[in-house]
Structure formats: C-alpha cells, structure tokens
Write a protein that binds this ligand. Sequence first.
Ligand code: PLP
Length: 379
Amino acid sequence: MTTTTRKIQMVDLKGQYQKIKPEVDKAIENVINTTAFINGPDVKEFQSDLEKYLKVKNVIPCANGTDALQIAMMALDLKPGDEVITASFTYVATAEVIGLLGLKPVLVDVYPDTFDIDVEAIEKNITNKTKAIVPVHLFGQCADMEKIMAVAKKYNLFVIEDVAQAIGADYIFSNGTKVKAGTIGTIGCTSFFPSKNLGCYGDGGALYTNDDALAKKIRMIAHHGQSVQYVHDVLGVNSRLDTLQAAILKIKLKHLDEYAAARNKVADYYDMAFANHPKLKIPKRVKNSNHVFHQYTLQLNDVDRTKLREQLAERGIPAMIYYPIPLHMQKAYKDDKYKAGDFPITEKLCANVLSLPMHTEMDEETLKYIVDNLLELVK
Ligand SMILES: *Cc1c(COP(=O)(O)O)cnc(C)c1O
C-alpha cells in the first residue's frame, strides 16, 4: 500500500467554496458596501427562500443552533422543573439548553442500528411533568417521527426537532406523504455551523414552525422580547443571523440538494466497500427517511479503535468519534439518577463508532485510498 503523505480532510470547506467563489465574494462585497450588517435584505430573502425550500410557513433565523433550541423551549413556556425527554446519544447542545433553562433533561437510549431515539423508551419515561420531546435526527437521517408524533399526541406533548444535522432530509410517512425534516414537530431547530450540511462562514441557526402565533413569539424572543421597537413584552435574548451569513446561505441553499447527492455518492461507495465486513457495520438506512449523511458512521466490532485511528492518521486519513462520552457520563450532566450501564446502547456506540471523511468534494481516487487502507488495517 502506498504511504503517500496526502492530507485528507473530514470536511472540505475550501474546495466547496472554490466552486461558488465569484458568487459568494460578490454577495459578501455587496453586504459590506451597503453596510447592512444587521437585518439587511439578505436575511429576509434567505428566510423566504428557506421557507419555500422546506415548505414551512415560518423560518426564524437566529445566531446558532444552540440558541434555536433555547429559544424554542422559551417560546413554548417551559418552566423550571418541567421534564424534557431527549436522546442520550447526541451532541451536548441538545441537553445543555434544557439544563440552562432549569428544565429537567430526561435521557433515553437510542436504537442500535439508526442511532436515533428509542420511541418505546420515550413513552416509558413520560410522567405528569413531561412537557416536550426533543428527537435528534442524528448524522442526517430522521428519527421515527410518525411514532414520536403519535406518542406526543397521546400525552399532549410538544415536539422540538433537532435538525442541526439533517437539514434537507425528507421524512416519509407510512401513507407516502413526504415532508422536510424539522417541519413535522411543533418547532424545528437547525444550525448553519460551517461543517453542517448547509453551513455558513461563521455561526448561524434557525427555527421553523407552521404555527404563526408561535412564530411571532419566537421572533420576539430572539429580538430581546420586543414587540415594537423599545417595547419588551417577554424575556428574550439577542440572537440574530448576520446579513453576511444570510447572503452566503442564500447562495448555498441553491446547492443543498446537489450537496446531499454528493454526500450520498460517498456513502454508497463506503457501503459497497464495507457491507458484510465482519468487523465493520455500515449505517442502517430506513425506509421512512432519506439520508443526507452529515456523518458516515461505522460501528466497529472487535477492533482497537484508538490504534486504528492512529494508523489511519499515519496514512493521512482522519476519522472522528461522534460522540466519545455519553451525556449521562459527562461531568456537567452527571445526575444522581444516572450511572454507567443505564443506557447500554449509547454506551456501546460511544465505544465503537467511527466517522469517516464525508463531504461534498470527495473524488473517487480519495475514496478508494480511504477504503483500501481501512480494509487493509481491519482484517
Ligand atoms: C451542531 C449541533 C447543534 C448546535 O448547533 P450550533 O450552531 O453549533 O450551536 C445542536 N444539536 C446538534 C445535534 C448538532 O449537531
């Protein structure tokens, strides 16, 4: 095997930028020339473009995905002591805002094949204090929304979809209806962090909802609880999407489907190479969602992950662990209630997952290099 010192990246933001550079540079220059840095016309235009793309009545841009989740919980009037159910296997932001607002995060385990929240476990954890469920469409494939919505309806709960990793994914109901991830629950929350599927060149986020009254409230909370200038009706925050970021996102949104297709090509290649490998389990694809592959995540079986990562790194191949420590084992979220062993699937995943380079600019030669090396190292 050749030991070239090539440097492969998990995400190739530069290559992606090169392809849209003239348009992006012009948009940035326009914002600077007009000095419309805050709430410039691009913000409204991007909002409207995204509403059309998602087929949702309201998109409310904000400063980042974590803020989106926090604002959602504030807009739903969740109060200290209220319980919010979410997955134990997710990025920390989901649980962080629950804790920050004095709400009680109630963690539940995930399904071993899809990494998504276990719906039976949700129902088992519902109490008379439960107010909301926060499913996370992890790695780019939707959680089982049809079942989650049925549980939410039965117990009269809000559903806040964390769609930070799955913007553009379609959810397909059993009757064939197709809708965009994040537009099914009460509110959808997304992130435009640079490495996300629709990434800006800094921080950004948005909330989606089909409820007009709720949208009005969300907008108000994101702008200091202001209804009319200098009139503040509710406690709010300051969370805006910069005009510069909106201008960039407006351009990138036009490419989102093509980006998803490029990611799927990479995933198909990996799937072909690793399917039926005794030590590598490929990510399961479900029929009620398409996959936009924010991450391509393998589960290793009987492989020394630390050593494998080192060996791959020596060959210029990065591989990441999303996520190494389950939420209930994090110092900040340790609760007397939780101990090691409480979420066996999450704990097993944290020990076995490995995400491979996944981006829109991958060429076949690089893919072959990654696959050949991985297959050589994992026998
Ligand atoms: C990235 C991410 C967030 C937070 O988004 P930021 O824009 O970084 O604040 C929340 N939830 C999940 C699942 C994420 O991947």
